[in-house]
Design a protein around this ligand. Structure first.
Ligand SMILES: NC(=O)c1ccc[n+]([C@@H]2O[C@H](COP(=O)([O-])OP(=O)(O)OC[C@H]3O[C@@H](n4cnc5c(N)ncnc54)[C@H](O)[C@@H]3O)[C@@H](O)[C@H]2O)c1
Length: 303
């Protein structure tokens, strides 16, 4: 008995890295998995590889159930068909894991329009496209009186949440995904669907050269860079046990789970006049709000 027995899940970008680990973990927990991956290079270039088929072979070799899907998540009609084909083949869809991703890093002032558009298309539009079609299916099922336990698991990142130089396209997309997660949760709660996002850190080709994991990890040692570290959280979020949790971002750092909170109001300055704030008043009030002396000197309050 697995905690996802009888569930059907789609994982985008499931052929490599984190997505592959999620597919294996979902299948091990009992889910039937649609492994989506078009087999692109790290920058979105076509490679001719078919990692989705390799992961399907791994899962079926271990006794699990999986099928491959080779569509691009940027393709509106193909993501609609992904949902329809899944339901036609397996009779249901319970979980989507939006994970597919590429990077095209460059400083903002040198970034091209194509570099910006390509990254937004895969991450933000791709996440929206599959989510939109899955949510339409779940809403219809709910209206027919069926019991819906839909799960959206999105993938954001530290770059989108905290910022990182050289990744304005990627960070904007990942921040957008965090916002999309909150709104998906708000709109879909009444239909029995939850939406949460993970912020993983893993040794994959996307983080090659960065000090993420342990290159010296011996067999059996815990490796903080193992992509599978995030997959237990994905399985949990996909399960009925997490039906109460929605609109959240969970950050996984090795074997530590961090609960994140979004923008919060950290200080308030009501206008002195009771009317609209004026630039003259703000010259004094804004530094006070940030704990900074008007001349720009830090007062020791704030940061
Ligand atoms: N690796 C990390 O530390 C890290 C940190 C934060 C967030 N993430 C996010 O996790 C996700 C997975 O990243 P990864 O590190 O495993 O990278 P990866 O490059 O190993 O895997 C990404 C997969 O997505 C697939 N893909 C790319 N474009 C696609 C498209 N249009 N349609 C379908 N599939 C497509 C690729 O073929 C590839 O198999 C990404 O969204 C990434 O931004 C990764």
């Amino acid at each position: 008995m697995g905690i996802l027995d009888d569930k059907v899940a789609i994982v985008t970008g499931g052929g490599r890295g984190l997505g592959r680990a999620h597919c294996l973990a979902l299948a091990a927990a009992g889910a039937t998995v649609v492994v989506n991956d078009l087999g692109s290079g790290i920058h979105g270039e076509r490679t001719g590889d078919s990692p989705a088929d390799e992961v399907v072979a791994e899962i079926t070799g271990l006794g699990g159930q999986a099928v491959a899907n080779h569509a691009s998540v940027t393709d509106w009609a193909a993501t609609e068909a992904m949902v329809a084909d899944t339901v036609a083949e397996f009779g249901r869809l319970d979980v989507i894991v939006n994970n597919a991703g590429i990077v095209r890093d460059r400083m903002l002032f040198s970034m091209t329009e194509a570099e910006f558009d390509a990254v937004i298309a895969v991450h933000l539009k791709g996440t929206f496209a599959l989510t939109r079609h899955a949510c339409a299916y779940w809403r219809e099922a709910s209206k027919r009186g069926e019991r819906v336990t839909g799960r959206v698991v999105n993938t954001t990142s530290g770059t989108g949440l905290f910022g990182n130089s050289g990744q304005s396209n990627y960070g904007a997309a990942k921040a957008g995904i965090a916002g999309l997660t909150v709104i998906t949760a708000l709109e879909m709660r009444k239909y029995g669907v939850t939406a949460n996002a993970i912020s993983p850190i893993a040794t994959t080709r996307m983080t090659a050269g960065l000090p993420v994991g342990r290159s010296d990890a011996a067999e059996g040692d815990f490796d903080p860079g193992d992509p599978a570290n995030a997959s237990g959280v994905v399985v949990y979020l996909a399960s009925d046990a997490a039906s109460w949790l929605t609109g959240q971002v969970l950050r996984i750092e090795g074997n530590r789970l961090n609960r994140l909170e979004g923008w919060t109001i950290a200080g308030v300055h009501p206008s002195r006049s009771g009317g609209a704030l004026t630039p003259d008043e703000l010259i004094e009030a804004v530094p006070q709000l940030y704990g900074v002396a008007p001349a720009g000197r830090a007062t020791g309050v704030g940061r």
